[in-house]
Ligand binder design. Sequence first.
Ligand SMILES: Cc1ncc(COP(=O)(O)O)c(C=O)c1O
Length: 399
Amino acid sequence: MRKRVPFLDLSSIHRDLEDELVAAFRETMRTCRFIGGPMVEDFEKNFAGFCDTKHCIGVGSGTDALRFSLMASGVNPGDTVITVPNTFIATTEAISQAGAIVDFVDIDEQTYNMDPAKLAAYFETKCHIDNPTGRAVSARTGSQVAAVLPVHIYGQMADMDSIMDIADKYNAIVIEDACQAHGAEYFSAKTTRWRRAGSVGISAAFSFYPGKNLGACGEAGAVTTDNEEIARKIRMLRDHGQMKKYHHEMEGYNGRLDSVQAGILNIKLRRLSGWNEKRRRHAAYYRGLSGQTDGLVLPYEPPWSKAVYHLYIVRAPDRNGLQEYLARHGIETGLHYPLPLHLQKAYSAMGYKAGDFNVAEKASAQVLSLLMYPAITSEQQDYVIGTVKEFLSERRSVA
Ligand SMILES: Cc1ncc(COP(=O)(O)O)c(C=O)c1O
């Protein structure tokens, strides 16, 4: 029988935890506290502890978390927010939905994260300084750059010291898109300590979409921050602008975290560090692919980073050929992402064209995501590694 190696397998985790997860659901049925309540508060306390922040505010999704972070942290309608083209569209949707204007800087070729040198160049060459505020005004959008939104892509943090320094210089805030980076760490030379994803920027957004390192059994997200006022505003934004029932300080949203998901997340949070360690071990095992010629590029983890490998990305010149070959051998893979945001139809009005963000474009043509989740076995990894090597040597002999 032909082998089938799935790209993602969520079933084994849920089989192992089934009794505990069902008990959380039963508890909710018993108390009928479906939205908010002790389970949500408990999770918020625990996740803030995990991220090393003062506050965590549970919300409906990662997209809510990003949108509320932007709105509560001081980004106003019409402001410009800078992010990267190599991300999931939710990052830029949230910026637009907060009423702000998206612009991009390119990524670093080794880490696929925001390139601080490109960010500095954006401020230096594509903006002028507005004297009263000291803020940069983008020539492209015509508005003040209020925020920089780095995305800790694939589970590895962006170079936060550099990004924070550049943003500070222009009075812009930094909000982290940590939706793929639960538990990732960054060694900050500035503060001489390891910092957790979610604890460096003024606020940060997490997604608990089921396939994430910490995933709910449905939709869920959270914002982390040390800032009391931001936390307070987000608590209002997620709940129709109210702190007290039917007393609305502002218009808000229905963006609350429900109790069943919070109960489930609490149970899984206890395992998250162990699961992340397994992902790191699997990533080390994939090093068996190294030593290949033919331009196969494995993930790069700088000395200042402890990545949690939400995704395991390799780069291959004949990416499509490799993906097809693996598929023929029953190995599922993914593409994150096949088309950078500046070339998406949704953003055609921005007027960007091919060649504008070379590194992101090259990445989108070459990246391939190999399976990565705690439950993968060494047999599965051996099979993937062997099949990739087979493809490369067949190609070599044809050449
Ligand atoms: C980088 C990034 N940002 C934002 C999101 C949005 O999260 P959600 O799907 O929970 O709204 C995701 C989720 O896939 C993501 O990967």
